[in-house]
Design a protein around this ligand. Structure first.
Ligand SMILES: N[C@@H](CCC(=O)N[C@@H](CS)C(=O)NCC(=O)O)C(=O)O
Length: 215
């Protein structure tokens, strides 16, 4: 029987694509990776825009079914392997995963991304000096959000109780923490949690192509 392998339109530098690769490895779902060269503008080509009019990676293609937005893609993959458990069926358990997922997408993620951009990626891509006003505001916001996450990890190894999609979503936010000068010294539970997550085979496999870019 011919098995249809799903295709992931990916960019190795992208934390949004990283979260999909990590979840796919965790689930044991095989993906055919199609690298999209963002710097060369491949994401603005008509063929790509037909798949995602936002001109962004990641995009998943499962036969004729095309899906964008990394968290939606992760939820779809988890639905293919429900027995693996990172997106539980129970209403309360699933909604807790969603709670942290939305919070990461709307609050923690943007604050930490802006800090990483100002303090690391801007220079890396030759886009000028950090803006001190943005750095100050986002550092303050990041500290407040990290305190919330620290409290959320009280008495638990994983943010929603058992390992879930939310842990992977949150973890991608921490990708450039050292380069952005985000210290976890005052957040020992976060430090323990990210250490556990980053030690997983799935994460190691997914992050390798990104680390290679900055080696
Ligand atoms: N909310 C989207 C964000 C996707 C996104 O911002 N992708 C970036 C790479 S990290 C991208 O493709 N940027 C290309 C561009 O904007 O030109 C998701 O989670 O998938």
């Amino acid at each position: 029987m011919l098995v249809n392998v799903m295709r992931l339109y990916n960019a190795n530098f992208s934390p949004n694509a990283l979260r999909v690769r990590a979840v796919a490895h965790e689930l044991g779902v095989e993906l055919e990776i199609v690298e999209v060269d963002i710097r060369a503008g491949d994401n603005r080509a008509a063929e790509f825009l037909a798949r995602n009019p936002n001109a962004k990676v990641p995009v998943l293609e499962d036969g004729n079914f095309v899906l964008w937005e990394s968290r939606a893609i992760c939820a779809y993959l988890a639905g293919i392997r429900p027995e693996a458990g990172p997106y539980p069926d129970g209403l309360k358990a699933r909604t807790l995963v969603d709670q942290w997922a939305w919070w990461q997408a709307i609050h923690l993620g943007p604050a930490m991304q802006k800090l990483s951009f100002e303090l690391f990626l801007k220079e890396k891509f030759g886009m000028g000096d950090p803006d001190p006003t943005v750095v100050e505001a986002e550092r303050k916001a990041t500290d407040q959000f990290l305190a919330v996450l620290e409290t959320g990890l009280d008495n638990r190894d994983w943010i929603a109780g058992t390992l879930s999609l939310a842990d992977f979503y949150l973890a991608t936010t921490f990708m450039y923490r050292d380069q952005a000068g985000i210290s976890l010294d005052e957040f020992p539970r976060i430090a323990g949690w990210i250490g556990r997550l980053e030690a997983r085979d799935s994460w190691q496999k997914a992050v390798a192509p990104l680390l290679a870019l900055f080696a």
